[in-house]
Design a protein around this ligand. Structure first.
Ligand code: GLC
Length: 799
């Protein structure tokens, strides 16, 4: 069965592969494959790059951000006896294939093609726990005569900071060698552009890069000049015409790695070469890894290990709904994107990144809650260590160097208590609050509870005289960079966000007998709510912010940016708006902001840059934060709709954001149909509906959460699992299976009368239970017994 087929590709029958059927997709459609340390990005053209630990500070191979040419990568050339040349991955030769498909899978990619009677199959993967990638190349002779083929690999060593914009400097520190035992090339670098303890950059790149083959190479080269030829390029390198490569190695080259093999294949005969590319801690490790991956069996084992690892990660929650596009995203791709792209790789084509964003990776780590909450805990601890003693935090920091950016963006610090409260709902494990962690500037360990309180208290300190939080250099929206530099401007969204955190922390403080804090937070939440509902109200909805001058923005008084999404959705999510006002503001979201491709972050887009708003007004109108659909924020509209009981709206918005649906018009949407886009251009752009900034977007974990917890309505609370579906009325039936505190729950939800919400009956393991906890929801208790429990919920109108 071909799923969601377009002229560019389709999903595999079980949905765990996206099969690209032409190399000429509207934009590079990539896979981000990582094991948590080593990783690579590969597009359907075979281009891409590799890194270890940090995609920017420790890039193994050179790559430049050019999504039109997509011409940097690690390539394999094949030349036949008649001098015809092609590439195993299409780029850089770009010959016309007789057959082509690229299967992007969970943890691997395969490019299969046929040129001149030869079938080429290139499998690329990263084993679960070692710093290398494997390329398994199989060539099959499908012609009727014996064929002589010459196969050449080619890549350029980066070995450090990317982009490698000053090549003439950096190449001077790299040394290459051919190592016969490795059957390949080793490369080292004597300088790393990171701070050193003795003077400027005065430190060694501490790794050994390697590129090896399972079959002894006939020749090799590590000199770009001789391999490509003077003034030639990758599409037509001189080396590929040579009987033997130049075997140059050592210092003083513009260093690359090229391995050459000569092959003779009888009709229907095939050959497999296993190549490695990696970044080892030592020459011994490089040699050991090269040796380990020298057989087809070793690759088979590595692929099986990759699959079983991903199966166990993705298998803890399964949904089966009437919507196949939702099933594919919830069961595989959103989780894969959040883990491989955001938590592990932290890099992709549109933003090569590598750092940890204080708020970004904490939000993403919510995805681990349903898979392995221990990992969310580790993330909370990591971020706590990047907080300062005064409660403020780094905006982002670099692993490896630990260099970070401290700024006055006002929401960053609050994501620590926010995610910690979510962790407690999943686990009810209050011991996490006692875990000691140091601060960046104070090495005395302090319990995580204290880290959270310092963050909240700092946010409570940064208030305007009339009782609203100060926006500083921006709130969640980085583009509001000029609003509150004098620390006078206010943010309405931040007020909503803080209100929710205060309410979450009241019971947490109580459980710790910190009654003073509990009372203080409850009182502050009450005052904040009143202030937001009076001072933050624009007549028909919440406005966005005030500038340092006191002027409102995101208000009906403004010609541009006159209504913003976040203050409306979070007005609802935070409980500030209440039921009636919540309905009113959501009507505005549906009427003013929601388009065919999702709800816009604001409208109309800013056409004139405004220094007192920030850089978002400088984007082309309709792009990104300036009046586009910003998927991360748009997912909050799904949650808000569900909170109001608007099941049809929640699912409609979810579906509009679902890349599978957007991808049904691939020439408009352009982006990959299997991962979320960071943004989709709004109506003020000439490219309305075009997706961009895929993979590296904070939206995957949130869209997953919105789908599972708010549409399907299975979400954790400290005392159990809430069952609170909020679905389109035409849905009759769905199932969810998830693990929760050591047991497995199989939910079956029935909707015989076509309502959107309201559980009327709840059956647990065949017995009807009655645990009323709210007007429409029910709860099932935690068991922690390692068993499977069946829960049946029947929806219906309130009696
Ligand atoms: C980017 C940033 C994120 C921010 C968002 C909105 O996605 O990574 O931290 O919240 O933009 O500006």
């Amino acid at each position: 069965m071909r799923k969601f087929k377009t002229k560019y590709g389709q999903f595999s029958p079980d949905g765990t592969e996206y099969i690209v059927t032409t190399p000429e997709t509207p934009k590079p459609w990539i896979n981000v494959i990582s094991n948590g340390d080593y990783g690579l990005a590969i597009s359907q053209t075979g281009s891409g790059y590799s890194w270890r630990t940090h995609a920017q500070l420790n890039r193994l191979t050179r790559w430049e951000q050019d999504l039109i040419k997509d011409e940097w990568g690690k390539f394999i050339y094949i030349r036949d006896e008649k001098g015809k040349v092609w590439s195993a991955g299409w780029k850089p030769v770009c010959a016309t294939p007789a057959a082509y498909r690229c299967r992007h899978g969970i943890g691997y990619s395969v490019i299969e093609s046929k040129y001149n009677g030869i079938e080429n199959e290139l499998l690329v993967l990263v084993p679960p726990a070692e710093p290398l990638e494997i390329w398994q190349l199989t060539l099959r002779n499908r012609s009727r005569r014996r064929r002589t083929l010459h196969v050449y690999t080619y890549l350029e060593w980066g070995l450090g900071q990317a982009p490698d914009w000053h090549r003439e400097f950096h190449k001077s520190f790299i040394k290459t060698e051919f190592n016969a035992r490795a059957q390949g090339i080793l490369a080292t670098k004597r300088l790393w552009e990171i701070p050193a303890d003795r003077g400027h950059w005065n430190t060694e790149w501490p790794y050994v890069a390697f590129h090896t083959a399972s079959v002894k190479p006939a020749s090799f080269d590590t000199d770009k000049e001789t391999f490509l030829g003077r003034y030639r390029n990758q599409s037509n390198p001189a080396g590929v015409g040579k009987k033997s490569l130049d075997k140059k190695a050592g210092n003083g080259l513009d260093p690359c790695a090229a391995l050459h093999h000569d092959i003779s294949l009888a009709p229907n005969q095939e050959i497999t070469i296993v190549y490695t590319l990696g970044c080892a801690d030592s020459t011994e490790q490089a040699l050991a890894l090269a040796k380990r991956y020298r057989s087809v069996d070793s690759v088979k084992e590595a692929l099986a290990a990759v699959s079983s690892r991903w199966d166990s990660l993705l298998g803890t929650v399964r949904v089966d709904t009437p919507d196949e596009a939702m099933n594919l995203m919830q069961n595989a791709w959103l989780k894969y994107q959040a883990i491989s792209g955001r938590m592990w790789g932290r890099t992709a084509y549109y933003q090569t990144g590598g750092a940890f964003g204080f708020r970004d990776q904490l939000q993403d780590s919510q995805l681990w809650l349903v898979i392995d909450p221990e990992r969310t805990k580790q993330q909370l601890r990591l971020h706590a260590r990047h907080q300062f003693a005064d409660g403020t935090v780094y905006h982002w920091w670099h692993p490896i160097t630990e260099i970070g950016l401290r700024n006055r963006i006002s929401d960053n610090l609050l994501w620590l208590p926010f995610v910690l409260a979510e962790y407690l709902k999943e686990t009810a494990d209050d011991t996490v609050l006692d875990i000691p962690e140091a601060f960046v500037d104070d090495r005395t360990p302090s319990p995580l509870y204290d880290h959270c309180v310092r963050a909240i208290d700092k946010a409570l300190e940064l208030f305007s005289p009339r009782g609203l939080p100060l926006i500083g250099e921006g709130d969640w929206n980085d583009g509001l960079s000029g609003v509150g530099l004098e620390m006078k401007g206010e943010s309405i969204w931040l007020g909503h966000f803080l209100h929710k955190i205060l309410l979450d922390f009241v019971p947490i403080a109580r459980r710790r007998d910190d009654i003073r804090k509990a009372d203080e937070y409850a009182a502050r939440a009450g005052r904040l709510r009143d202030a937001l509902n009076s001072l933050g109200w624009d007549g028909a909805y919440y406005y966005g912010a005030t500038k340092d001058s006191g002027e409102k923005i995101g208000s009906h008084e403004n010609m541009e940016g006159s209504v913003w999404l976040n203050p409306q959705t979070w007005g609802i999510i935070s409980g500030v708006a209440g039921a009636q006002r919540g309905d009113e503001v959501f009507d505005i979201v549906e009427r003013r902001l929601e388009k065919d491709f999702g709800p816009l972050l604001l409208t109309p887009a800013y056409k004139t840059p405004d220094r007192f708003v920030g850089y978002l007004t400088r984007y082309s109108p309709g792009m990104r934060e300036n009046g586009g659909v910003y998927t991360h924020a748009a997912t909050w509209a799904v949650i808000a709709a569900a909170m109001l009981g608007r099941g049809a709206s929640a699912f409609r918005i979810y579906s509009k954001l679902n890349p599978i649906n957007r991808g049904k018009e691939p020439d408009v949407y352009c982006a990959e149909p299997y991962v979320t886009a960071g943004n989709i251009e709004g109506p003020d752009s000439p490219f309305a509906g075009r997706g961009g900034w895929t993979w590296y977007s904070g939206s995957a974990a949130w869209l997953f959460k919105a789908g599972l917890e708010w549409i399907l309505g299975i979400r954790p609370a400290t005392d159990g699992l809430i069952v609170d579906p909020c679905i389109p009325p035409e849905w009759k039936h769905y199932k969810v299976r998830r693990s929760f505190r050591g047991s497995i729950y199989e939910f079956e939800v029935r909707n015989p009368t076509g309502v959107q919400t309201g559980v009327q009956e709840l059956w647990l393991d065949g017995r009807r239970i009655c645990l009323d906890t709210g007007p429409r929801e029910k709860r099932v208790p935690p068991f922690g017994d390692g068993k499977v429990h069946h829960v049946r919920a029947v929806l219906g109108p309130a009696s």
